[in-house]
Design a binder for this molecule. Structure first.
Ligand SMILES: Nc1ncnc2c1ncn2[C@@H]1O[C@H](COP(=O)(O)OP(=O)(O)O)[C@@H](O)[C@H]1O
Ligand SMILES: [Mg+2]
Length: 222
């Protein structure tokens, strides 16, 4: 899926003033790209990712997905787009603590009609893709941080979305586990052609993507 931002700005009201989180961002991301967004804390990285994933709306400007302007669609239409076109990965994993690794991945598959043997098979396959076939019955508390994030990656793939959005996916991890997560995302991009957009404040991690977008004060640096 091709993603285009045209003159996207986002400001937040803070009492009497505004915070300009994004200022007139122009960006084109072609289907199949692997891209890092980097920059200091507060530079607008999360706001940019949230707008791309339709979790947030621009104050002005447009978001265009595969040529369709989706900026002003209803919340109902946007939630459909979120469900089918994006998989989300966050710094804090957000796994359900009382469910096993397998159940965490199977749940979104089942909710979208993939119940029964074929849905269960798919959950097992996705855990295999992230190298966790031997951890299916473990609870999140019985997994390392890196393993928990790999479960979250498998879950993000449940609906086979064309685009994966990851906000500081290695922020909670040591360097060894960070490397495994980045390798997993890179393999996914290379082997399945999924677009991967990853936010990180760590320049070392950003360097491992083919394309790096650097942000400062709500703008993309040239
Ligand atoms: N919901 C919000 N309300 C007010 N200000 C916000 C909100 N979200 C983000 N901001 C501000 O917008 C700027 C960019 O934030 P963010 O996109 O989270 O940056 P980053 O992810 O690069 O650290 C910061 O100054 C932040 O304080
Ligand atoms: Mg952030």
């Amino acid at each position: 899926m091709d993603i285009e931002l045209r003159e996207v700005s986002r400001r937040f009201r803070m009492g009497e003033t505004f915070v300009h989180a994004l200022s007139e961002i122009n960006l084109v991301i072609k289907g199949g790209e692997m891209m890092s967004v980097t920059g200091p804390s507060g530079s607008g990285k999360t706001t940019l990712l949230n707008i791309i994933g339709t979790l947030d709306r621009p104050t002005s400007g447009r978001l265009i997905l595969d040529g369709e302007n989706v900026t002003d669609l209803s919340e109902g239409r946007l939630s459909k787009i979120r469900l089918t076109r994006f998989g989300f990965i966050f710094q804090q994993f957000y796994l359900l603590p009382t469910l096993t690794a397998f159940q965490n991945v199977y749940l979104p598959i089942r909710e979208n009609g993939g119940y029964g043997p074929s849905g269960k098979k798919r959950a097992r396959e996705l855990l295999g893709i992230v190298g966790l076939s031997h951890r299916m019955k473990h609870l999140p508390s019985q997994l390392s941080g890196g393993e928990q994030q790999r479960v979250a990656i498998a879950r993000a793939l449940a609906n086979d979305p064309p685009t994966i959005l990851a906000d500081e996916p290695t922020g909670e991890l040591d360097s060894e586990n960070s490397k495994i997560i980045i390798d997993t995302l890179r393999d996914l991009n290379r082997d399945t052609g999924k677009t991967v957009i990853m936010v990180t404040h760590d320049p070392e991690i950003a360097r491992r993507s083919k394309r790096i977008v650097r942000m400062k004060d709500g703008k993309i640096l040239k």
